[in-house]
Each structure stands twice: as structure tokens, then as C-alpha cells.
Design a protein around this ligand. Structure first.
Ligand code: NDP
Length: 444
């Protein structure tokens, strides 16, 4: 059994009942095989075993009081995965599905994603099984305050800098920051995605979606094409999806479908983003309402059907494992040319295999959605220097970073004999820097 196979086998034995973590580790370690083959010293130094074991995992109780006066209890998590190249950095997810497996898969991915940005940030992730949906602002605030009361002793601007993710947007970051500041008496860049009035960065809200589309455009440009006139399907209707839609439209594409966890809308005339933003960002309404407000738009219950809609570009921007082999086959049958992952691990291993076999350009999440964390690192730089950059300045840096990531993963794939395999290219390009730093630090 080779080194990678052995590490994967041991990882599954030591961490049973963590399917998402197994899935992410399998994708990553298989992608690293070409680089591992060139570095036999990795095995002697147990580099992969150390890489897949978090430096620290914190699990804590989060008690809070709902509007009816009842005490509720949720689980809180922070996985501080790897700090070889910088302080831990990665979002907080509030969603009922959150468990240790999901946080560990996200944390492992985050290490390589952060490395790919070229900025000095390590990998971490956290969250809770709390569901902000249907809760009042005051309930969300009391939950966030309780969550931060524990979390604040583990994080810091030079230690661990969380941000948003599913269920954690501007409102939640505000409450979390307020509680951190109150307990620690420090007004510092300990969280990113902050509001503009208290240290946030312009373009952070747009960054993940815009960055995704910048990378798609670059991949098309390298093949003599562009997004102009292309038909796009986007899953999700949250932060990443909305700003991917905005940038795709600005570049001349037609986005015909989006979804939330109940169902999808198909709008053959192209999504009216002002209506979508009003529903999702202002009213926190269900996407079904879009079809009541926009003439000609159709609503369909359930999510899976969205991948049967013919498109040139598919941008999964909601959650993990949205595209399985069946959905990937439907996309291929309808002529999809390029898939850019806005969400983390939205395509199953079997789905990726379908795209690979069909020669679809596949931009994996750790590269394609790195624009959010890259801009978070730019927010940290602005906080530390007490400077505030213009939207154009941050957006230009973001675009430069995304183009660079694309070129680096493309080059790494060529260098290691797997040209066009961006899953391997991204894993190798991200891992090399982390591995070099870990080796330099000795056995730690
Ligand atoms: P949001 O909470 O803003 O939006 C999430 C969207 O996905 C919502 O439309 C939500 O629908 C939908 N969704 C969530 N779970 C499911 C599900 N099980 N089935 C169907 N739809 C679902 O999150 P973000 O936009 O911030 O994050 C989306 C993805 O992008 C995540 O994978 C996240 O990890 C990743 N990401 C986010 C970054 C960021 O900067 N925000 C950075 C990098 C990656 P509903 O409202 O009905 O729940």
C-alpha cells in the first residue's frame, strides 16, 4: 500500500463517522500523489499524518434564551487546523447540519485555499448547529453573545481570525464582534467581514462571488472565449450566489436559474438581481416569492432539477455535495463547458469524475472561491495598518489574486504531469508552501 493510501486508511479508522472529512481528505491526498512521489522524505517525517490532524479542536456548550423565555442549548466548534504559514483563518457556519465532520472537512480545505491566495494565513473553521432561520434578531444576538463568550478565549488578531460562512453574515459578525470587544476590551481585526463603520473592508461582501467569476473568465480567456453571451446556472441565493450572479451579468452572461433550500426559480429572461437582493438580503424571504414578483419566471419545488437546465456555465454556490454523478451527467448531456465551485465541496467525487471524463473545465472550490478569504486577509492588512482602501483598489487586488491562483494551479498541474487537472493542480500548489513551512518548523 502506498503512503497516501495508508494515511487515508488510518484517517478513516481513527475518525469513524466523519464522511465529509473522509471525502475531502480523499480528494486532497489523491491530488497530492504526484508531489508525494517526488518527496520520499515526507513519509519519514510523517508530514501527511500531521497535515490531516488538526492542531487543536475546541467543542463547547452554547446556552441561550429564546423569546419565549425558554433555555436552548447548541454545540459550538472551532477547529484550529494548521498555523504553519499564518494565524488560523476560516469562517463560522451556523446551520443545523453542522457537526465535527463538516467543520473538519471545511478546515482541511481551508489550509490549502488560504495558501493558494499567496497571503500569510493558516487554516481553521468553526460554527454551530444553531439555525438562524426563523429566529428574531434578539434571539440571534443572544446566541452570538453566548457563542463568543466562550470562543473569545481561543481567538485573537494574531492567533485565529474567524469570518462568515453559511448562516453567518453581516448581522451575526456584528453581534459577535460587539461581544468580543466588550469582554476583551480590544477594538482589533479579530473577525473579518465586519461592517464598514467598524473596520470592515469595501468589496468583502462581493469578494467570493466576484472572485469566482474572475477565475471563470480567466479560464475562458485562456481558451480564446469569454462569459459574454453565455448561459449560467447558479445554485444558492446567499452571499456567494448573489455576487457571482452580479459579476456574471456585468460581464455579459445571462443567469437563468438560482435556488434556496426549498426550490429553484427559472427565469428565461435572465434573473432580475434587484428583486433577488430585495428578497434575500432585505426581506430574508423564500425564493418562491421571486416567481410571484417577476413575470415569466417559474418556481419549482426541490433543488436537484436545477442541474437539468441547459447551460454553458454551472456555478454551484450553496453547500457541499449538491452535484452528484447524476446531476453532473445531466449537465454534461446539456453541453456544460465549465464548472466553477463557489461553495465548498459542492461536487461529489463521482461528480468530479464525470466532468473529468467529459473534458469539462472544472475549477475546484479551494481555488475558485478563495476570493472571500483573500479579501478577508486584505481586511486584516487594512486593520493592522489603520488604513482604508477604496472599492476599486480592493477589487483590483482581488482580481489579481484570482488570476494568479488560476495560473499557479494550471502551472502546478503541468509541472506534475497532470495538465488540465485543476483538482490536483490546486492541491499541489497550495500544499507545497504549507509543507515547506511545516518542514522548516521541525517536528511540531
Ligand atoms: P449563505 O448562508 O449566504 O447562503 C447559502 C445559500 O445556500 C442559501 O441560498 C441557502 O438556502 C442555500 N443552502 C444552504 N444549505 C443548503 C442545502 N442543504 N440545500 C440547498 N440549499 C442550501 O452562505 P454563503 O453564500 O456565504 O455560502 C455558500 C457556500 O459558499 C458555502 O459552501 C460556503 O462554505 C462557501 N463559501 C462562502 C464564502 C463567503 O465568503 N461567504 C467564502 C468561501 C466559500 P436557504 O437560505 O434556504 O438555507
Amino acid at each position: 500500500m502506498d503512503y497516501v493510501e495508508r494515511v487515508l486508511k488510518e484517517l478513516k479508522e481513527k475518525n469513524p463517522n466523519e464522511p465529509e472529512f473522509h471525502q475531502a481528505a480523499t480528494e486532497i491526498l489523491n491530488g497530492l500523489k504526484p508531489i508525494v512521489a517526488r518527496h520520499p522524505e515526507y513519509e519519514k517525517l510523517a508530514l501527511l499524518e500531521r497535515f490531516v490532524e488538526p492542531e487543536r479542536v475546541v467543542i463547547f456548550r452554547v446556552p441561550w434564551v429564546d423569546d419565549a423565555g425558554m433555555v436552548r442549548v447548541n454545540k459550538g466548534y472551532r477547529v484550529q487546523f494548521n498555523s504553519a504559514i499564518g494565524p488560523y483563518k476560516g469562517g463560522l457556519r451556523f446551520h443545523p447540519s453542522v457537526n465535527l465532520s463538516i467543520i473538519k472537512f471545511l478546515g482541511l480545505e481551508q489550509i490549502l485555499k488560504n495558501s493558494l491566495t499567496g497571503l500569510p494565513i493558516g487554516g481553521g473553521k468553526g460554527g454551530s448547529d444553531f439555525d438562524p432561520k426563523g429566529k428574531s434578531d434578539m434571539e440571534v444576538m443572544r446566541f452570538c453573545q453566548s457563542f463568543m463568550t466562550e470562543l473569545c478565549r481561543h481567538i485573537g488578531q494574531d492567533t485565529d481570525v474567524p469570518a462568515g460562512d453559511i448562516g453567518v453574515g453581516g448581522r451575526e459578525i456584528g453581534y459577535l464582534f460587539g461581544q468580543y470587544k466588550r469582554i476583551r476590551d480590544e477594538h482589533v481585526g479579530v473577525l473579518t467581514g465586519r461592517g464598514l463603520s467598524y473596520g470592515g473592508s469595501l468589496a468583502r461582501t462581493e469578494a467570493t462571488g466576484y472572485g469566482l467569476v474572475y477565475m471563470v473568465e480567466e479560464a475562458l480567456k485562456c481558451r480564446g472565449e469569454s462569459l459574454e453571451g453565455k448561459t449560467v446556472v447558479i445554485s444558492g441565493s446567499g452571499n456567494v450566489a448573489i455576487y457571482a450572479c452580479e459579476k456574471a451579468q456585468l460581464l455579459g452572461a445571462k443567469v437563468v436559474a438560482m435556488y434556496d433550500s426549498n426550490g429553484y426559480v427559472y427565469d428565461k429572461n435572465g434573473i432580475d438581481l434587484s428583486v433577488m437582493k430585495q428578497l434575500k438580503e432585505v426581506e430574508r424571504a423564500r425564493i418562491k416569492e421571486y416567481a410571484n414578483r417577476v413575470m415569466g419566471a417559474e418556481y419549482h419545488e426541490g433543488c436537484k432539477g436545477i442541474w437539468n437546465i441547459p447551460c454553458d456555465v454551472a456555478l454551484p454556490c450553496a453547500t457541499q455535495n449538491e452535484i452528484d454523478a447524476e446531476s453532473a451527467s445531466a449537465l454534461v448531456k446539456n453541453g456544460v463547458k465549465i464548472v466553477g465551485e463557489g461553495a465548498n465541496m459542492p461536487t461529489t467525487l463521482e461528480g468530479i469524475a464525470v466532468f473529468r471524463k467529459a473534458g469539462v473545465i472544472f475549477l475546484p472550490a479551494k481555488a475558485a472561491n478563495a476570493g472571500g478569504v483573500a479579501t478577508s486577509a486584505l481586511e486584516m492588512a487594512q486593520s493592522s495598518s489603520r488604513m482604508f482602501w477604496s472599492f476599486e483598489e480592493v477589487d483590483a487586488k482581488l482580481k489579481g489574486i484570482m488570476v494568479n491562483i488560476y495560473r499557479n494551479m494550471d502551472e502546478a498541474a503541468r509541472e506534475y504531469g497532470v495538465a488540465g487537472d485543476y483538482v490536483a493542480g490546486a492541491n499541489i500548489a497550495g500544499f507545497k508552501k504549507v509543507a515547506d513551512a511545516m518542514l522548516a518548523h521541525g517536528v511540531v
